[in-house]
Design a protein around this ligand. Structure first.
Ligand code: FES
Length: 274
């Protein structure tokens, strides 16, 4: 269910709840009024005939007869009296009360919907959604052997795209689709304390400037205080485009994972001294 649908359901349920509450209050008032009117009559059972006439059943006094015979007498229809000014005033008051209640409900509904729409994150692109990183073949050329395996950064999705040609001997590689595509989308956020991690073209490691954690080209842990390798996002190829789902972060492989011997060790000096 999309966030917009959830917001609509919440608002609709709130309005229905309020309407049910108001209806309940009105019905109870109506019943109380009817009960009071009924109490004013002489507690005689009454019924309304099909013609609209009121029929009253009265029991004969026991002394007059030994049987429980019931006589039914017809009461002539009364002419309706015009409403008095006081009764008219009450009707007007009721009308105003209901109109006020309805407008209040409408206001609440609009206010609730606009508040929810303001507070709800609008995931229509950018980080947290599926991002089209570009033409798949072009990306492979940019980050592959022909270009020296230098990864490229995607600022919209906050990930590094790096080439991968390892064994995939860790569950995360199957989860992210790196074995099929030879591409990884590595989350730039250091898994130690969250700094942005740049790539060092000299060592071919990702080196965190904050506390010196180091990760291999494919994001596996190499050194420093980080508890594991860099987290990553699933990648797929759709219609020739590389799609990165930044809404599904996959936890990086644990320390000790080493699935690509080619980049198991730094190829040059560090950018961030140990
Ligand atoms: S935040 Fe990266 S090493 Fe501490």
């Amino acid at each position: 269910m999309s966030p917009g649908t959830i917001a609509l359901v919440v608002v609709a349920v709130s309005i229905l709840g309020w309407a049910a509450f108001m209806a309940n209050v009105t019905i109870r008032k109506h019943r109380e009024g009817a009960a009071q009117l009924g109490g004013d009559t002489n507690d005689q059972p009454t019924a309304t005939s099909a013609s609209g006439r009121t029929i009253t059943a009265t029991a004969k006094p026991a002394a007059a007869s030994t049987s429980d015979a019931v006589t039914v007498e017809t009461v002539p229809e009364k002419k309706r009296k015009p409403l008095s000014p006081e009764e008219l005033a009450v009707s007007r008051r009721q009308f105003l009360n209901r109109a006020w209640s309805l407008s209040f409900i409408g206001f609440l509904g609009l206010f609730g919907m606009s508040s929810l729409s303001f507070l709800w994150p609008k995931l229509q692109g950018g980080f947290g959604t599926k991002i089209n990183a570009g033409n798949y073949k072009d990306i492979l050329k940019k980050i592959g052997p022909d270009a020296g395996y230098i990864p490229v950064f995607n600022s919209e999705g906050r990930f590094w795209l790096s080439y991968y040609d390892g064994t995939g001997d860790s569950p995360v590689y199957a989860a992210i689709g790196a074995l099929d595509t030879h591409v990884q989308a590595l989350y730039r956020k250091c898994v130690h304390l969250g700094c942005s991690v740049p790539h060092c073209d000299k060592s071919m490691l990702f080196e965190c400037p904050c506390h010196g954690s180091k990760y291999r080209l494919h994001g596996e842990y190499f050194g420093g205080p980080a508890p594991r390798g860099l987290d990553r996002f699933p990648v797929t190829v759709e219609g020739g485009q590389l799609i990165v789902d930044t809404g599904k972060v996959q936890t990086g492989p644990p320390r000790g994972t080493n699935t690509w011997p080619k980049f198991a060790e730094p190829v040059g000096p560090f950018c961030v001294p140990v």
